[in-house]
Design a protein around this ligand. Sequence first.
Ligand SMILES: CC(C)(COP(=O)(O)OP(=O)(O)OC[C@H]1O[C@@H](n2cnc3c(N)ncnc32)[C@H](O)[C@@H]1OP(=O)(O)O)[C@@H](O)C(=O)NCCC(=O)NCCS
Length: 304
Amino acid sequence: MKKSPNARKSNSKPDVRIRPLTSLEDLEGCVFIQRRVWGHLDLDLIPVHFFRIAVHTGAIVLGAFVDGRLAGYVYSFPADFGKVRGHHSHHLAVLPEIQGLGLGKALKWAQRDEALKRGLELITWTYDPMQARNANLNLHVLGVVGRRYLRNFYGETPTLSLEERVPSDRLLVEWWIKSARVKARAKGSSPLADAGKIPKALERDSSGLEPAIGPGRPNLRLTTPRVLVEVPKKIKDLPMGTGLIASWQTAARRVFEAYFKRGYRLDDFISGDRCYYVLKCFKARRPPVTAARPGRSIHENRPH
Ligand SMILES: CC(C)(COP(=O)(O)OP(=O)(O)OC[C@H]1O[C@@H](n2cnc3c(N)ncnc32)[C@H](O)[C@@H]1OP(=O)(O)O)[C@@H](O)C(=O)NCCC(=O)NCCS
């Protein structure tokens, strides 16, 4: 883990430990972190008793302790993917003052270790496609894939939307934890694609002025093996109440939905001065993984 600013001052490395959270006292810490990280209303919090029964029935809840204090956690629960054994991961959170120091990554790799021990193959989760930092963590660092776009998935709740009256759109991603792709990422191997060489299905409006730059017109007709979809580097830096956030979301939604339908899937993320999703075309268009419903077979979407 990278050193925290305080640790740098004292020149000593923070003591970081990751372990399962099971006691009521430990789980109280998850509620505290939800309030700090997301600022959720009481009604939107997952309470202690829910974590408690979830752990009792197969959930994985791991906490990261920095110098003995709970600083982040990850939470997943068993999900029905038919023949594929897996979990859905619903929370990953690190206290704001120590974000960006490697704890989030460490929690996800620990979640994978625990899931492998339990014989699981797949962990899914949803995230807001406009959050470039999370996209980079998920796609570039962890090696997820995905091709399901969920419109307004959690409804227009103030704590889960980017701003008032903006739908809570999400991407559903799949972490095939035994795949060669994820094994390579676990070893830190993640070569960066060259944005200059790949055609762009969406990029910023070149006539815009920082920070109020909106999206240009989407190009839904590309047929190259890979296409890029630009998103703002920090969506929260766009001026609120101007419609810019909604216009980026609408443009990206059109592009993701159109390309997923044509057999492209999320493959990587490029994070630099400008940020891009990398979508890759797969000829075999098997349906994406989805939670199993009684009487419906599940198709597999494993990357190699
Ligand atoms: C998302 C979150 C859990 C990540 O934890 P973290 O400890 O801050 O992240 P890490 O330091 O482990 O960094 C993990 C990756 O995130 C990305 N990242 C972190 N800080 C970043 C920054 N300032 N800019 C761009 N990317 C960044 C990088 O890809 C980084 O990996 P790298 O260092 O190998 O490039 C944390 O930021 C958080 O709690 N955010 C709010 C809640 C949330 O969004 N949860 C996830 C929903 S899917």
